[in-house]
Ligand binder design. Structure first.
Ligand SMILES: NC(=O)c1ccc[n+]([C@@H]2O[C@H](COP(=O)([O-])OP(=O)(O)OC[C@H]3O[C@@H](n4cnc5c(N)ncnc54)[C@H](OP(=O)(O)O)[C@@H]3O)[C@@H](O)[C@H]2O)c1
Length: 385
């Protein structure tokens, strides 16, 4: 057992002679048949896993960061060595998700996976929605409860969710997507105005990871979304994670549970460990992800309905100017209302559009920000589900 601090008290205590600070010694020890990597980070974890796999030792890992950055290489090494590389804990912590996608749904033509895959941001958004607290207050509570790291950037900026989305794209679509390639927007720009508007319009705001078949490839993105209040993902509260899977034969499935934390994650790691041990004893070929040349579709091609808030001057002719811009870019309005709480600069208008092309929506935002009657262009939040 390699650790960094051998002097640390552990529960249960391990005999001192089992501990080393040299993970390489564990990997090369001839009495070690199977390696569990839960040290995290890219290096030295990557090199250690490659060494283990090449030596014919199955590897169980929880390392989403590494899989999202170097998954293609690791899957290839595992495939060539014919040993298991299992990673149930890397997405959704204790939720059985990778194995159902790879095995139970192997015969399904999965069309879309929509997930709440980051517990910190789901907790923050739940508190903002249910208690009307600000982002800062909700984040402070997440820290007090141990749901947020000292530096929450990877969570609130969507990096963690993007890594998981990339892994889901590999598992469900065989697409060689890296976390860094995933279109990503975090939750830091969301305000009480958006949360209140969502409620009034019948939505709940969630940070979603979306992986879907599109244009002969796969589209992968992470962004805050307006989820209809009656959609199963809307009811996923606090630090819970959930992943909603859609396919033509199976219909709709949802996997729900604790996406992080020591015990749920350990449960997933142990499940993989037993699976790998069985396979090792049976002497069968190992299993890992097979990647293919599946292209990543750019966010520009996305077509989705959107919510948009605008702070405008409170005077005649404003609506005409605003709807003129939307019309010019083929963005059709599904509903429009004036927020009863006025904005700082005058009136606040809330729009929900019909499905529109991303590039047209972005062009609208640019032109709207140049109108002299528009004081501020608020957040554009896509409607999902
Ligand atoms: N925690 C979760 O909820 C969760 C959920 C899903 C996935 N994961 C993934 O699990 C991995 C570990 O996360 P964690 O939160 O459990 O981290 P952690 O609490 O910091 O645990 C890391 C462990 O690895 C040991 N370690 C780290 N660097 C080492 C080195 N260079 N040599 C020897 N031992 C080393 C540490 O030893 P010491 O004990 O001596 O410090 C510690 O036991 C990460 O990849 C993370 O993304 C975690």
């Amino acid at each position: 057992v390699a650790v960094r601090h051998p002097e640390r008290r552990r529960e249960p205590a391990l005999p001192a002679e089992l501990l080393t600070t040299d993970p390489g010694a564990v990997v090369t020890d001839p009495t070690v048949d199977l390696v569990v990597e839960v040290m995290g980070g890219l290096d030295p974890a990557r090199g250690l896993i490659v060494r283990a796999l090449k030596a014919g030792k199955p590897v169980v890992t929880a390392n989403k960061e590494l899989l999202a950055a170097r998954g293609a290489e690791l899957f290839e090494v595992a495939g060539a060595a014919g040993v298991d590389l299992l990673f149930e804990a890397a997405v959704g912590g204790g939720i059985p998700l990778i194995r159902p996608l790879r095995e139970s749904l192997a015969g399904e033509d999965v069309r879309r996976i929509t997930g709440i895959v980051n517990g910190t941001t789901n907790f923050v958004l739940t508190r903002m929605t249910e208690d009307g607290t600000s982002y800062e207050e909700a984040m402070a509570e997440a820290r007090r409860r141990g749901y947020a790291e000292a530096d929450p950037t990877a969570d609130v900026e969507g990096w963690d969710a993007a890594a998981k989305a990339a892994i889901l794209a590999s598992v469900a679509f065989g697409a060689p997507i890296r976390g860094a390639d995933v279109h990503r927007e975090g939750i830091t720009a969301l305000g009480a105005v958006d949360i209140a508007a969502a409620r009034r319009l019948g939505f709940v705001i969630k940070l979603l990871a979306v992986v879907e078949a599109a244009g002969g490839g796969v589209a992968v993105r992470v962004h805050p979304a307006m989820v209809p209040a009656d959609h199963p993902l809307a009811s996923v509260r606090d630090s819970f994670n959930a992943v909603f899977v859609e396919g033509p034969a199976v219909g709709e499935l949802m996997f729900l549970g604790r996406g992080a934390g020591g015990s749920p994650t350990a449960s997933a790691v142990l499940g993989d460990l037993l699976d790998a041990a069985h396979n090792l004893r049976a002497g069968g070929p190992g299993r890992t992800v097979q990647l293919h040349d599946v292209p990543l579709r750019p966010i520009d091609e996305l077509v989705s309905a959107c919510y948009l808030s605008l702070e405008v001057a409170d005077r005649p002719g404003v609506l005409h100017a605003v709807t003129g811009v939307l019309g010019r870019h083929q963005v059709s309005i599904r509903s429009m209302e004036q927020d009863p709480e006025p904005g700082e600069a005058g009136a606040r208008l809330l729009f929900v559009t019909h499905p529109a092309a991303e590039r047209d929506l972005q062009a609208c935002l640019r032109d709207l920000s140049e109108l002299d009657v528009v004081r501020r262009v608020g957040n554009l939040i896509r409607v999902v589900g």
